[in-house]
Design a protein around this ligand. Structure first.
Ligand code: IMP
Ligand code: MG
Length: 174
């Protein structure tokens, strides 16, 4: 499929402004805390890069990769750990960074996983909150945008591993 079948949802400036706001809010909340920002690969890598540069704190960064979606547009309902953070999580304040939260399955699994590793706290930051399709109860502490429906691509979000490099976010008509 080529990318002509898409409509702009969030432009670069809108995303940039919101990411700066989120960064400032997070910096305020984590003053004097040992903050580890953990990006959920692959979707979060673009957002994560911009977000950490908007958080004016001496934080550390790491990544985790799980698989749940495969190459489809609906969740497979099962989470598998693909790769784990390299640093110790015990007693750290973990901020999980996601591109988009849909059913909540992935994030619910991740939040539990980091609690079990002994994190002092676990909070969730997602650029996009697709709350209408939520099936698993989670609290999104920092949400960039609420978008009700449709399949989104760009700014890290993929469809079958493509379009992550688009600088803005689009609705893909599949
Ligand atoms: P959940 O477990 O159902 O919340 O799914 C979360 C994951 O599904 C995200 O990390 C994305 O990788 C993927 N996903 C959900 N909705 C979209 C979308 O609209 N575009 C691209 N990926 C999506
Ligand atoms: Mg994905």
């Amino acid at each position: 499929m080529d990318s002509s079948n898409k409509e702009l949802v969030l432009n670069q400036q809108t995303i940039h402004n919101r990411v700066q706001e989120l960064g400032q809010e997070i910096a305020k909340d984590y003053q004097d805390k040992e903050l580890v920002v953990i990006g959920v690969l692959k979707g979060a890598f673009v957002f994560m890069a911009d977000l950490v540069r908007a958080i004016d704190l001496p934080l550390s960064t790491d990544f985790i990769q799980v698989s749940s979606y495969g190459d489809s547009t609906t969740s497979s309902g099962k989470i598998t750990l693909v790769s784990s953070p390299k640093q110790l999580i015990k007693d750290c304040h973990v901020l999980l960074v996601e591109d988009i939260i849909d059913t909540g399955l992935t994030m619910q699994w991740l939040a539990r996983h980091f609690s079990e590793l002994g994190a002092a706290s676990v909070r969730i930051c997602s650029l996009i909150d697709k709350a209408e399709r939520r099936e698993h109860t989670i609290t999104i502490d920092y949400a960039g945008f609420a978008i009700s429906q449709g399949f989104l691509i760009g700014y890290g979000l993929d469809y079958e591993e493509k379009y992550r490099n688009l600088p803005a976010i689009y609705h893909l008509n599949i």
